[in-house]
Design a protein around this ligand. Sequence first.
Ligand code: SF4
Ligand code: SF4
Length: 222
Amino acid sequence: MIVAERKHLKEIQGLVSDQDRILIVGCQECVTVCMAGGEREVGILASSLRLARSREGKPVEILEQTIHRQCDFEFVDELKDKVEGVDCIISMACGVGVQFVAERYVDRWVVPALNTKFAGGTKEIGLWEERCGLCGECILYLTGGVCPIARCSKSLLNGPCGGSQKGKCEVSEDIDCGWQLIYDRLQEKGRLDLLFEFQPPKDWSVARDGGPRKVVREDVML
Ligand code: SF4
Ligand code: SF4
C-alpha cells in the first residue's frame, strides 16, 4: 500500500488560511490503513481547523466526506454535490488521490493534507515500513524476496558496500543492512549461489527516470 503521514496542523492551516468554505475528503483505502486520511482523520482535522479558525476570530465552514478511493474517477465523482458548495478541497489521500480530485474539479483549489512517503506495509500497529522502490522491473527472485532497491540505502544491486556493521547499515544503526538481510535469506534457502549472478546496470528508464509511466491492458478496456 501507499504509506502517508498527515502534515502538521499549522501547515494545513496556512494552506487554507484565505478559504472560508472547505470540503475535507478522506479515502478508505491505503491512508485509512496507515491512519493518515480515513474518515476518523477527516473528523479530527475538521474539528481542529474549526477550533483553530474560531480562535483566530475567522470562523470557517467545513464539510466532510470520505470516499472509497480517491485514485479512481468513479468514486471521485461522488463528491460532486458537496464540491458545489465550497471554494477549496483538502484531500487527505496520497498524492495520487489529490491529483485525481484536482483533475476532476479544475475550478476548485485543491490542497494536500498528507505527505506521501512510500510503498510499504504494516509491520505492527503504528509502524509502517518501506518495501518497494517501484522500479518497474522486479528482481526479488534473485534476492530471496528482499528488495535491494528499497532496503539497501544505496540501492546496490551486486552486494554490500562494505560499511555494514553488525548487520546494520552505515547510514544509521536503526536501519538493517539490506544486503545482510538478502545474504541471511539466501543462506536460509540454500541459494547463496545467486549472489554470484552479476547484475548489469539496471534499466532505470522503466522506473521514474523514464518519465510518468502507464500500464495499459487493452483486453479489459471498454
Ligand atoms: S525490485 Fe523493484 S519492483 Fe521489486 S520490490 Fe524492489 S523496487 Fe519493487
Ligand atoms: S551498509 Fe548495507 S544497506 Fe547500508 S548502504 Fe551499505 S550495503 Fe546498503
